[in-house]
Design a protein around this ligand. Structure first.
Ligand code: F6R
Length: 614
């Protein structure tokens, strides 16, 4: 997970940038670098030091070849595009521009093509092209500030960026779209950082940039602009250094912060499973799992609890459709005592955020005792499941503090979808061009999640109505059936409103008796092969008085005009990745309903984050 720090200082910055990088080590990285505007003797120059591996390698290099300057940026890189070596390490240079970046520039191939006649690229990264764009814009006569703003408009993807420009009067440029970025306010100095932890020793006064914001920072000023280039004021939060790790930023609850972190957390998951540079999912060999062969497996057994079990249930559809692999999904507490008939040609995969859930761990151990290969898809890599399974598969969502799981869910889905595609490729069911399409659909996830988050205000308004209900139903078909179950779980666990998820086609076999005038029914139905069938089921409950909230895309909204009480329009996405996007809406709906009701969102009654008892 890349980390950024930058200082517009009144003192030399190198040592402090190094210290900030050390604070970012917890995010994981494979190389690091620092660039400063060297203003020591004579005319200024842009200089950098970069090193593969640990930050102490960079520190040793700087001891041998010191860097002097009052304005600088630094970066820890977790490779996404291009090998983790010194050449690909940030900061990247182009002419007068030095740049650090966290996230994915989705349209970098196109931009590189556009610049290939005038520019020479040194790296395999998606990042370098941004430095060239800014430098090119300055060559055409724009100021550093205007060149930065104009270049941002050409980028698609989810990212945070820090920039210094040689010859541009002590200005540090920063932008946030999808990936978080904070500004620290100092005394005669100002800073940027990936989070408050990076800035902890420098400043306790933090401004969290909002989605689409960009900023120009000098020693004594901070100007912030929104996505339309309009100057804006953003609130200053006072952060205590020791609390920075568990800081909510300018979010009211950890759950909301974690919902908003999903463009970034999903991009961290993608980094592990997808080779965005070559538009393919990583092979098991690339994931260091040579001992596993999708071709030799006859069956998969996915085992989990709660939200993780719903992620597993969605993955069943993916493994069956993309890889033609039979899949059993089991709730761990049932599986472990059921004495299931297992064959040695099946593999058990435990899915767990914490990696410590007692039932899931016991189920994993049971499978091992029966001689099955086992894997654990976990967020906490130091957990028992990660240590005990034959293969530990990280989701890299970062610490999840809110009790209700949100970002771990979308990262579990991202990992599982990537693995299902990898199985489909290995089993000869997915050819190169289909793999490319699927990998591209995956890489667009962070941006599309960020786009979906813009529905927040609409969802908050709809949640007011839902907060007045005694019970609610969630309906979906196919992959959106388990998502309906997850939506209902989110609502009941934090708002305490009774909620049920159903397969849309199943309702008329009994539960429809519960529908009465005004019963809220949330229907999850993107335009896909099952859309019309779901809409028919929606009409069956609408005619019985249900109050319908349809979550769909623009095509779906057009085709259901006048049939619903409210419609939420999500971005149009590929059939495979749709549940990851639609998950954001049900999370926000549950969150705002709970806030309207005044419950303890982050620590709902009777619940614990890690359930280590059975
Ligand atoms: C619901 C929730 C729980 C967990 C379940 C499994 O929001 O968080 O249902 O998903 O307790 O926990 P892990 O994933 O840690 O095994």
């Amino acid at each position: 997970m890349c980390g950024i720090i930058g200082i517009a200082g009144n003192q030399p910055v190198t040592d402090r940038l190094l210290e900030g990088l050390k604070r970012l080590e917890y995010r994981g990285y494979d190389s690091a670098g620092i660039a400063v505007i060297n203003d020591d003797n004579g005319p200024s120059t842009l200089v950098r030091r970069r090193a593969e591996g640990k930050i102490r390698n960079l520190e040793n290099l700087i001891n041998e070849e010191p860097l002097e300057g009052h304005l600088g940026i630094a970066h820890t890189r977790w490779a996404t595009h291009g090998a983790p070596n010194t050449m690909n390490a940030h900061p990247h240079f182009a002419g007068r521009v030095g740049l650090v970046h966290n996230g994915i520039i989705e349209n970098f191939t196109l931009l590189r093509d556009q610049l290939k006649d005038t520019r020479t690229f040194q790296t395999e990264t998606d990042t370098e092209v941004v430095a060239h764009l800014i430098d090119e814009a300055m060559k055409s006569g724009l100021s550093g500030k205007d060149a930065f703003a104009a270049s941002l408009k050409q980028l698609t993807g989810a990212f945070a960026i820090g920039v210094v420009i040689d010859g541009v009067d002590g200005q540090l440029f920063a932008a946030r779209r999808g990936s978080p970025l904070a500004i620290g306010l100092g005394d005669g100095e100002n800073y940027i950082g990936s989070d408050a932890i990076a800035l902890a020793s420098l400043s306790s006064k933090i401004i969290y940039l909002e989605e689409g914001d960009w900023a120009v920072i000098t020693t004594d000023s901070v100007e912030i602009f929104d996505a339309n280039d309009t100057p804006v004021e953003r609130a200053v939060t006072i952060v205590s250094g020791s609390l920075a790790a568990a800081e909510k930023g300018n979010y009211r609850h950890f759950m909301l912060k974690e919902i908003y972190e999903q463009p970034e957390s999903v991009s961290h998951t993608l980094t592990h499973y997808v080779d965005a540079f070559h538009h393919k999912v990583k092979t098991l060999a690339e994931l260091d799992m040579e001992g596993l062969d999708w071709n030799k497996l006859e069956r998969l057994s996915l085992i989990a609890c709660g939200t993780a079990a719903y992620a597993a249930s969605i993955a069943k559809y993916w493994f069956e459709q993309l890889a033609h692999m039979p899949v059993d999904v089991d709730i761990a507490s049932e599986f472990r005592y059921r004495r299931p008939a297992l064959t040695k040609k099946s593999m058990a995969i435990a899915v767990s955020q914490s990696g410590e859930t007692a039932d899931t761990l016991a189920a994993l151990r049971y499978c091992q005792s029966k001689g099955l290969q086992t894997a654990a898809i976990v967020n906490v890599m130091s957990s028992s499941m990660a240590r005990e399974a034959d293969f530990a598969m990280p989701i890299n969502a970062g610490p999840e503090i809110g009790v209700a799981s949100t970002k771990a869910f979308t990262s579990q889905l991202t990992a599982l979808l990537s693995l299902a595609i990898s199985a489909g490729v290995r089993r000869g069911l997915i050819d190169g061009s289909r793999e490319k399409n699927l990998a591209e659909a995956l890489t667009q996830m962070p941006r599309l999640i960020a786009e979906t988050l813009t529905l927040d205000a609409d969802i908050e308004a709809l949640a007011l109505d839902l907060s007045k209900a005694d019970s609610a139903f969630y309906l979906g078909r196919g992959v959106h059936y388990p998502l309906a179950l997850e939506g209902a779980l989110k609502l009941k666990e934090i708002s305490y409103i009774h909620a049920e998820g159903y397969a849309a086609g199943e309702l008329k076999h009994g539960p429809i008796a519960l529908i009465e005038e005004g019963t809220p029914v949330i229907v999850i139905a993107p335009t896909d092969a099952l859309f019309e069938k779901t809409v028919s089921n929606m009409q069956e409950v609408a005619t019985r008085g249900a109050k319908i909230l349809l979550i769909t895309d623009s095509e779906g909204a057009k085709n259901t005009a006048g049939m619903t009480d409210a419609t939420l329009i999500c971005p149009t996405v590929s059939v495979e990745t749709a549940p990851i996007i639609y998950a954001i809406t049900v999370q926000l709906l549950a969150y705002h309903t709970a806030v309207h009701l005044g419950t303890d969102v982050d620590q709902p009654r009777n619940l614990a984050k890690s359930v280590t008892v059975e």
